[in-house]
Design a protein around this ligand. Structure first.
Ligand code: SF4
Length: 234
């Protein structure tokens, strides 16, 4: 599997201060600067991916390299492509261990987690940039198992079966309870699209700090033919 294991990581300090409500110049900000410098030395974010080809599809599934992914939204999103990129991106085992240092210092751990989250974001961004440039894809969208009820978390098993030995390539494992380790890891399928897609468009959850696109109440039925059940989660 192609692997990116020299992804640069620089902490965006203004962003970190904003996220953690630290006033520049304050004692907290100085401590965060110190932690960020430490993290930049320790961190080794990585990503790996596998190119898969669609064998067949039905109403609510696609078969990629012989493995069946069950999701109506994924099936519709892939209707104009024959090739997908299954991927995993992680902040890395080194930064995970660093973020968990100082068990008793809750504030230190909280700050470490925030920096760790930035590292996985850097890994995911580097991966998508690499895919777009290497394979000449103008617009890439992604879907992640568990982000929608239509594509539940259990489908991680199929995704990891497609990816192969991610522990050997980038140190990521999937536990029997479907937790990815290191915990700051993202996985999914990236695919070329004419119009960009984000699961958040189909997710009505309010006040989500990670929202990447506005909720579109009619999209589920309009584009995917899925009836919205009142009171049901996304
Ligand atoms: S809005 Fe939040 S919970 Fe919903 S899909 Fe987006 S990131 Fe996930």
């Amino acid at each position: 599997m192609p692997t990116l294991d020299t992804i640069p990581f620089r902490v965006d300090l203004p962003q970190l201060f904003q996220t953690l409500h630290a006033r520049p110049g304050s004692a907290n900000a100085r401590e965060l600067e110190h932690l960020a410098a430490e993290a930049e030395v320790v961190a080794r974010p990585r990503a790996t991916y596998k190119i898969g080809f669609l064998d067949s599809s039905g109403d609510d599934y696609v078969v990629v390299d012989g493995l069946k992914f069950t999701s109506r939204v994924l099936r519709v999103n892939l209707q104009d492509t024959h090739r997908v990129f299954a991927y995993v991106a992680t902040s890395g085992v080194e930064l995970e261990a660093w973020a968990n240092e100082g068990d008793d210092d809750l504030l230190r751990r909280f700050w470490g987690e925030a920096i760790n989250r930035m590292a996985v974001g850097a890994a995911a961004q580097a991966l998508l940039k690499h895919l777009a440039e290497t394979y000449g894809v103008a617009t890439l969208s992604t879907m992640n198992p568990g982000s929608l009820a239509d594509w539940p978390l259990a489908q991680q098993r199929v995704l990891f079966a497609l990816l192969g030995d991610t522990e050997a390539t980038i140190g990521v494992t999937l536990t029997p309870s479907l937790l990815m380790v290191p915990t700051k890891t993202v996985s999914g399928i990236a695919f070329p699209t004419e119009e960009s897609f984000a699961s958040c468009q189909l997710c009505p959850r309010e006040a989500c700090p990670n929202r990447r696109a506005p909720y579109d109440a009619g999209l589920k039925e309009r584009k995917y033919g899925i009836q919205t059940v009142p009171g049901a989660d996304h």
